[in-house]
Design a protein around this ligand. Structure first.
Ligand code: NDP
Ligand code: 8X3
Length: 252
């Protein structure tokens, strides 16, 4: 069987573009998310366009049991994942520490940190047994810097950064490659979800050219096409108009 990639959060944005580029590179793909209609649509697109095989797993990654059941539903040969893209994630709200909604905090930590761990805990023992595999965690510039009203999203991505480094150490004896991508502003559904406002992108990305999901997918493609002896540990990728998490050259 050809190589298998599992991409979490493939119903939109970076995950969807990554599934498309990996399918184009001949990977069979497992795509996950909560929106079944979008998964079915992408499955049809990928199998028709790239003549690869595609399985869909529809579940909420915050639910450890649901994650376990979804993974267990895969045929044994599909559980032998060559490439895990831990992408599912979100920011919820943009509020100071003394005003933010506890539900937003729980959603971010449960998805970005615990969800990433749940799926990794299922995939990594099989990689270890096979002594092969690659994991790319989608972190953020928010995993390296902190900004006003974003403390818990930043904490979740600082968590992803620590988990990536720890995974790389733990999996080092087994020849498993572990790295991360740390993007700045990418125009996806991210700001619509964060600000709970379908018009959010107009304001957030006004006055500069943000990254697009394809830019991140191309970075994934670069990382997975390196020779066996090369691991890209982390890629910080920013719009040219962005110098740090808060400094933008906007032409408004
Ligand atoms: P999108 O909102 O476009 O995509 C998010 C994806 O995550 C969707 O497929 C969504 O699927 C999935 N997801 C969210 N919550 C859950 C859940 N509970 N269970 C399963 N899947 C879930 O945003 P992006 O593509 O921008 O975000 C992808 C990753 O990139 C995130 O980890 C984000 O933090 C990170 N990132 C984004 C940046 C940006 O500026 N856009 C910059 C830096 C990092 P569904 O809703 O169907 O469940
Ligand atoms: C998303 C980038 O700057 O909105 O991870 O936190 S930012």
């Amino acid at each position: 069987m050809d190589k298998i990639a599992l991409i979490t959060g493939a119903t939109s944005g970076i995950g969807k573009a990554t599934a498309q580029i990996l399918a184009k590179n001949g990977f069979n793909v497992i795509i996950t998310g909560r929106r079944q209609d979008r998964l079915l649509q992408l499955q049809e697109e990928l199998t028709e366009s790239y003549k690869i095989e595609c399985k869909i797993l529809c579940f909420d990654i915050r639910d450890s049991k649901a994650t376990e059941q979804a993974f267990a539903s895969l045929p044994k040969e599909w559980q032998q994942i060559d490439l895990l893209i831990n992408n599912a994630g979100l920011a919820a709200g943009l509020d100071p520490i003394h005003k933010a909604d506890l539900n937003d905090w729980e959603q971010m930590m449960d998805t970005n940190v615990k969800g990433l761990l749940y799926i990794s805990r299922l995939v990594t023992p099989i990689m270890v047994e096979r002594k092969m595999g690659q994991i790319i965690n989608i972190s953020s510039i928010a995993g390296k810097e902190v900004y006003a009203n974003g403390s818990v999203y930043c904490a979740s991505k600082h968590g992803v950064e620590a988990i990536t480094k720890g995974m790389r150490i733990d999996l080092n004896p087994y020849g498993i490659k572990v790295g991360s991508i740390s993007p700045g502003a990418v125009e996806t559904e991210f700001s619509i979800v964060r600000l709970k406002d379908t018009t959010a992108n107009k304001k957030v990305y006004a006055g500069f050219t943000p990254l697009n999901a394809g830019d991140i997918a191309a970075t994934v493609e670069f990382m997975v096409t390196r020779p066996a002896h090369v691991t890209i540990g982390d890629v910080v990728i920013l719009p040219t108009a962005q110098a740090s998490v808060t400094v933008f050259n906007k032409q408004l």
